[in-house]
Design a protein around this ligand. Sequence first.
Ligand code: NAP
Length: 309
Amino acid sequence: MTSLRVVYYSADQDEDRWIPGLQAALPGAEVLLWEPGASLADYAVVWKPPQQMLDEQIGLKALFNTGAGVDALMQLRLPPGLPVIRLDDAGMSVQMAEYVCHAVIRHFRELDGYEHDMALGKWSFRKPRSRLDYPVGILGLGVLGERVAKAVAQFDFPVNGWSRSPKAVEGVQCFHGDAQLADFLAASRILVCLLPLTPETEGIVNATNLAHLRSGGHIINVARGAHVVDADLLAAIDGGHVAGATLDVFRVEPLPQGHPYWNHPKITVTPHTSARTLRSESIAQIVLKIGALERGEAVAGRVDAARGY
Ligand SMILES: NC(=O)c1ccc[n+]([C@@H]2O[C@H](COP(=O)([O-])OP(=O)(O)OC[C@H]3O[C@@H](n4cnc5c(N)ncnc54)[C@H](OP(=O)(O)O)[C@@H]3O)[C@@H](O)[C@H]2O)c1
């Protein structure tokens, strides 16, 4: 790969770690930080790039997104036909599985209640719940959702999954399409959102859909903040239909001070940390894919711009 040029840009301003990593993994290639007017490159590696970068870099063979979610990228004007390639797992699905299993088990085993009792010095035994009464529904059965569904099923919870196209995942009752959404929700008590953010999925965790869920459950949003209609979720929790929520992502991040989620006793907030991009795994994956593209081979993780994910 001697004559290749790769430009890097991240809104997180972490180029001092990514550029040396990419350079070391692509010996002979030139890896540089994108700045306005930068020379034309063969490949771009980006996170939330500015429109100007896409307008200027007219020689790209492909663009790599250093995350699984491409919703920010899909808001931009992309050169027609430019292959956009997302990270495929790259160490994220195991993180997502542990985060979601923790949240499911914490709710199911009433660990918050025991913590509260402990603070009071109280030895109080709660009647064990039946896991059959706590079916877990996963919205989105993609790279992350499927791994999460299988991990939750390992604890013998009934697991339901919902996707756009029909799926068969061992140990998971699969639903698909808008026509089966209400049945999927009615079969679930705990709801996990692992959908991409698209015009079809924005606001999907809303009053109507929450009302379909079995009561006394828990909402876990690890996808994007805009999947949830915040006022509807708060009303469902305060009204008692939903027992609580674990939220990792928000419409505005960082979550603004004073937001009702911060101090809500039934809501846990984490700072968009459920599955972080692992740099060395991601660089290894990108380098393998650049090699495959240079040989004219197909690569996994290609985004369908018309679908939006
Ligand atoms: N919180 C974090 O730290 C973090 C980290 C990484 C990713 N994420 C989020 O997680 C999301 C999911 O990642 P992924 O890698 O699993 O995505 P993915 O592989 O693209 O899978 C998306 C899943 O959602 C389904 N889907 C999409 N639109 C739908 C619709 N309108 N109706 C029903 N199902 C629909 C897809 O159905 P088909 O299978 O039929 O296509 C697929 O099963 C990302 O987009 C990102 O927003 C969050």
